[in-house]
Design a protein around this ligand. Structure first.
Ligand code: 1CP
Length: 361
């Protein structure tokens, strides 16, 4: 495996500086789901390759990761994969149904189904293909921008494993929290253990920044979030950092994105995460006031705002930049970009972030 010092020298470290709270001359920007179906080159690629085949083949995952980097002036790449590779590594089958999304033919139904999970997971064996994709992509990036690694957070992954796919209510998985709290904690802990080892492996392979996606926080109330999500998110950041230190690996910055968790913003900022991601329902000034000055914020334009005419996108970016201020901010959308977005509107978003924030500094 390549070690950190055999990789090409980094030419743009804006996002790493912003994540650590160091001064930046302009605001870094990347976009959740920046590699994906809104890009014609991705759709073309998907005609030839199945989704999980791309994830499992380092050359293909690397190519798709680089597609948005070739097109746009982005300040980071994110490795092409999916949060559902962890449930697969734990022994569940996940299929990607075209036009519909992920599908688990045999989701967990009752606590007795926990016996079906293949535990403990040999992370190198089951997810080594992601590590290889990261190392290859880090080489192929030639130091242009840093590479972000990621995983799904325990509650979000638990909810997919029980719902068997997307769900507007999460009523089956939330039922576990109320009816089977002990089994829920057992499952959340098993997922947490995999997340920690998986993220550590990504750093060893060359990831320079990490994001933990708690995409399903919004359907939990504050009380359930504090009980079933936050403790595991905290465990991931603290154990991961301790493990990286113990193994002499770089202690990379970590972003937590808990979509819909406006009710626990203060608690999220009071953790070992370096960056807290915001969805578009949170007001930048209020969020800054709530968290104080010691954490970097990321976000948060409504992904649907990119359907506006370009002049309105520019105005929205300007307003967002005024709200966040020029330091301790990583610009992004408040959730992933939608598949029917015009890529030229994304270009306007990216370029106006740089334009407005460079003028300010
Ligand atoms: O560019 C990037 O951001 C890297 C690639 C990436 C990431 C970070 C993909 C590719 N998926 C993800 C994370 C992911 N996957 C999340 C967290 C982010 C978020 O909240 O959106 C989630 C919830 C998933 C699960 C998932 N995978 C969904 C959502 C389904 C639902 O519940 O509504 C879908 C549609 C997928 C498939 C998927 N993952 C990625 C792509 C490009 C696609 C489209 C599949 C295709 O090409 O057919």
């Amino acid at each position: 495996m390549a070690t950190q010092n055999t990789f090409p020298a980094l030419k743009n470290d804006l996002i790493l500086r912003a994540a650590r709270g160091d001064r930046v001359e302009k605001t870094p920007v990347w976009v959740m789901r920046q590699a994906g179906r809104y890009l014609p080159e991705f759709r073309e690629f998907r005609k030839q390759h199945d989704f999980f085949t791309i994830c499992r083949t380092p050359e293909l995952a690397c190519e798709v990761t680089l597609q948005p980097i070739r097109r746009f002036d982005l300040d980071a790449a994110i490795i092409f994969s999916d949060i559902l590779v962890i449930p697969q590594a734990m022994g569940l089958t996940v299929e990607m149904v075209p036009g519909k999304g992920p599908h688990f033919p045999q989701p967990l139904q009752t606590p007795s189904d926990l016996a079906r999970l293949k535990l403990p997971v040999d992370v190198n064996q089951e997810l080594g293909y992601v590590f290889k994709a990261i190392t290859l992509t880090r080489q192929k990036l030639e130091g242009k921008v840093p590479l972000i690694g990621f995983c799904g957070a325990p509650w979000t992954l638990m909810s997919y494993m029980i719902e068997g796919g997307g769900s507007p209510t999460l009523s089956k998985s939330k039922a576990w929290l109320y009816a089977h709290p002990d089994a829920s904690h057992q499952l959340l802990q098993s997922i947490t253990d995999v997340c920690i080892e998986y993220l550590e492996g990504q750093v060893a392979a060359g990831a320079q920044l990490l994001q933990v996606f708690e995409s399903h926080a919004g359907l939990l109330g504050r009380e359930q979030f504090l009980q079933f999500s936050l403790p595991y998110l905290k465990q991931i950041a603290s154990k991961l950092k301790a493990n990286l230190q113990a193994k002499n690996l770089p202690i990379v910055p970590i972003i937590v994105f808990a979509k819909g968790a406006h009710y626990a913003l203060k608690e999220l900022s009071d953790t070992e995460y370096d960056v807290v991601g915001l969805d578009w329902t949170m007001e930048p000034r209020e969020a800054r006031h709530c968290v104080g000055e010691t954490v970097t914020l990321q976000g948060n334009l409504d992904p649907c705002a990119l359907y506006s005419p370009k002049e309105d996108i520019r105005a929205a970016v300007k307003k967002m930049a005024e709200g966040f201020g020029s330091q301790r901010w990583i610009a992004n959308l408040g959730h992933g970009i939608y598949p029917d977005m015009n890529p030229e509107h994304l270009r306007t978003f990216i370029d106006s972030v740089h334009e407005f924030t460079q003028q300010e500094n």
